[in-house]
Design a protein around this ligand. Structure first.
Ligand SMILES: [Zn+2]
Length: 143
């Protein structure tokens, strides 16, 4: 005989029942409160989202999140993702703005360095080896 799933609204839980196929759509008594529990339908996934996370009866201490069994209720969720069901994400890649900012910075550093080199001045304003060389050349030309 096939196994069917029933949902007890009173206990906020799901339980399985082996039944004749012809009886499957009939409600089944809940193992905890003996109330009539309706059979779970395929639309249950949407229903779970709205109503929270029903537990399994007999209670294994697990919860159900969008048709998947999870150990804990989701405390913090991004959308409908349960932390136990989400694969660890790779570190966030820099956004377009960050990349552009980094490129601008590199570019300005490069041009600054080029500027300093052109005038033979280091970052503190002192003459570099190139300046010394140039002065020597000037002396030769002038003399
Ligand atoms: Zn019940």
């Amino acid at each position: 005989m096939p196994l069917y799933e029933y949902y007890c609204e009173h206990c906020h839980g799901i339980f399985e029942e082996i039944r004749q196929m012809r009886d499957a759509s009939d409600p089944s008594p809940c193992p905890e409160c003996s109330r009539e529990a309706p059979r779970m339908m395929s639309t249950f996934a949407a229903f779970t989202m709205r109503d929270g996370y029903p537990r399994r009866i007999p209670d294994k201490g697990t919860f159900w999140h969008m048709g998947k069994e999870v150990k804990q209720r989701a405390k913090r969720m991004k959308g409908f993702e349960h932390p136990e069901l989400v694969k660890p994400k790779s570190r966030p890649r820099p956004g377009r703005g960050d990349i552009a900012a980094g490129r601008d910075k590199a570019l300005s550093q490069y041009s600054e360095a080029g500027y300093r080199d052109k005038w033979g001045v280091d970052q503190y304003g002192f003459g570099t080896a190139k300046t010394a060389k140039r002065k020597k050349n000037r002396k030769t030309l002038g003399g």
